[in-house]
Structures are given as structure tokens and as C-alpha cells.
Design a protein around this ligand. Structure first.
Ligand SMILES: [Zn+2]
Length: 100
């Protein structure tokens, strides 16, 4: 699930700069998970369902269970963006090579 490609199909950039590099995205996914939990709580508050702690708990667990693959993917992307920087020169080369 959510496997990161070894290299960029366009510019051949190596995505895994070291073994188990994306394990670090766990830290990011914790933060993203909290954000989703807070968002769920806010929605419950807005729609008036936040009267019972058990309801809130079940709602948050359900939302996190459903969005878990998405959170994992987004976290890996955010994690990668902390280490890779955009290179305009290479981006232009890729653009020209694909003839678009
Ligand atoms: Zn690329």
C-alpha cells in the first residue's frame, strides 16, 4: 500500500535517498492524523453531534480508519518535500523532452 516509486519516471530522481527513508513520514502522519481528528471534531460541533465523548471517539476513529491510506500518501509527500527541492532547470528539461 502506498508504495513510493524507486525513481521519478520523468527525470530519474532517486526518491528513496536512504534505506527506509519513508519511515520518517510516520512523524508527519501523526500531525496529519491530529489535523483530521480536529477537523472531525469541528464538524461534529457544527452539526451538533459533539454531546457525547463516546460518539466523538467513534467518529474520529472511523474517519481515521477510512482516510488512513490517504494520510499515509500525503505524509510521504510532505516528508519528501522536506528533503527534495524543486529544480527549475531539470523541470524545463523534462518538459522539453516530453515535447509538451
Ligand atoms: Zn522527476
Amino acid at each position: 500500500m502506498n508504495k513510493v516509486k524507486k525513481n521519478c519516471p520523468k527525470c530519474d530522481l532517486k526518491y528513496s535517498i536512504e534505506p527506509s527513508f519513508y519511515t520518517g513520514s510516520m512523524y508527519v502522519s501523526y500531525g496529519v492524523g491530529i489535523a483530521f481528528a480536529v477537523a472531525t471534531y469541528m464538524l461534529l460541533l457544527i452539526f451538533g453531534f459533539a454531546d457525547n465523548p463516546f460518539t466523538i471517539f467513534i467518529a474520529i476513529v472511523t474517519v481515521l480508519a477510512i482516510t488512513f491510506p490517504y494520510i499515509g500518501a500525503v505524509s510521504k509527500s510532505i516528508w519528501a518535500h522536506l528533503f527534495f527541492k524543486y529544480d527549475k532547470l531539470i523541470a524545463n528539461q523534462v518538459k522539453n523532452d516530453s515535447g509538451a
